[in-house]
Design a protein around this ligand. Sequence first.
Ligand code: GDP
Ligand code: MG
Length: 440
Amino acid sequence: ALSESLESAWKSLRGQAKISESNIQEALRDVRRSLLEADANLQVVKDFIEEVRETALGAEVIKGVSPDQQFIKIVNDELIKVMGETNAPLAEANKAPTVILMAGLQGTGKTTATAKLALHLRKQERSALLVATDVYRPAAIDQLVTLGKQINVPVFEIGADANPVEIARQGLAAAREQNVDTVIIDTAGRLQIDPEMMGELATIKKTVKPDEVLLVVDAMTGQEAANLTRTFHEEIGITGAILTKMDGDTRGGAALSIRQISGQPIKFIGVGEKVEALQPFYPERMASRILGMGDVLSLVEKAQEEFDIADAEKMTQKIMEAQFDFSDFLKQMRLLKNMGSLGGVMKMIPGMNKLSSSQLEEGEGKLKQTEAMIGSMTQAERKDPDLLSSSPSRRRRIAKGSGYSLNDVSKLVTDFQRMRTMMQQMGQGQMPGMGGMGGG
Ligand code: GDP
Ligand code: MG
């Protein structure tokens, strides 16, 4: 038996509940309310929760948390997935200039975001030209010119009498001539979606063939963000979005709608009126904000860490019985990678702490190498490393198959055998400082 803490962890893990309709009732209600309070669209929330509920049913509940809490964690993970998992970068054309077309309703922050993006690019040593096509609103052109001056980025404009499509066309030509890296076309917005505006935007799009069409959405729009996104995506086709005014007190439920409906990622969020107030969009942060259940999440994460103990325990059992083979070794290494460091878990197993630092705590490169070499072994070889130590031709075959040297393969076999010997000795209580292993 192992130390007491491990044993009790294992026992309660085996007796754990599964997520069922009845034990997540309350969590379902909480999550739904939370998403709606965050201003997510009603239908989007319904669809989303229904999907998550189905996947969650039957999932094992980890030690130390209730099925309700576990369910909320699953919702959170799913939210992150729906919003794109990682930050999506701005498109970059193979051949300059990259063309970005801004789209959205009036007052959402298109013109401001145009300047913000230019500043963002400038910080990456990429040049920009801003194109002012909003000829409808008085002072809209001046607004962009002023912002351009502020950040020291040129603005292309030919007055409010010109045709927006023509301005865009000439602006792009100017960008090509000036060898500008990125041209950002600011456009007019209306208070409501109207066919004329959509038609004009579509024509501009056809004319400049943008690499990126960014829909600018005011986070305060809330529920309406869903319809807005659907219309713009169907009629124009967007490649991404910027969610503005996230510095307000909204929890940002609009973010859920945008990705769910268009399949396109949010790339940035606006967090203020100033030109610097632009941040990359991170799904994980947004999920926590939308759910607003930070306490529950951190509790579950802690419990999840404990859950990994169960894996370590199973592994230890194999060690004791001297059945630890190359496949287990690989599993152990992967586990280590997933957890960042196996140190924490291994330290809980008495006598294992020395092993963890010297042999198991290796870098990702080493893991890849080991994975490749073990991948080239036959099942029999994985089970019985002696087959390999006694046969140079087998080792040579593996070296060839994995793309590593014979020396690398030989070293893996030697390392593994040494480790296994050590483990077997530990299992038989032959090593010093093994008091905890024998008791119980
Ligand atoms: P447009 O009509 O879409 O071009 O919108 P504007 O860029 O003119 O912005 C409309 C208003 O929203 C202006 O007062 C901006 O200062 C403000 N604004 C834009 N983005 C943000 C943001 O991220 N946070 C806040 N608080 N205000 C913003
Ligand atoms: Mg504007």
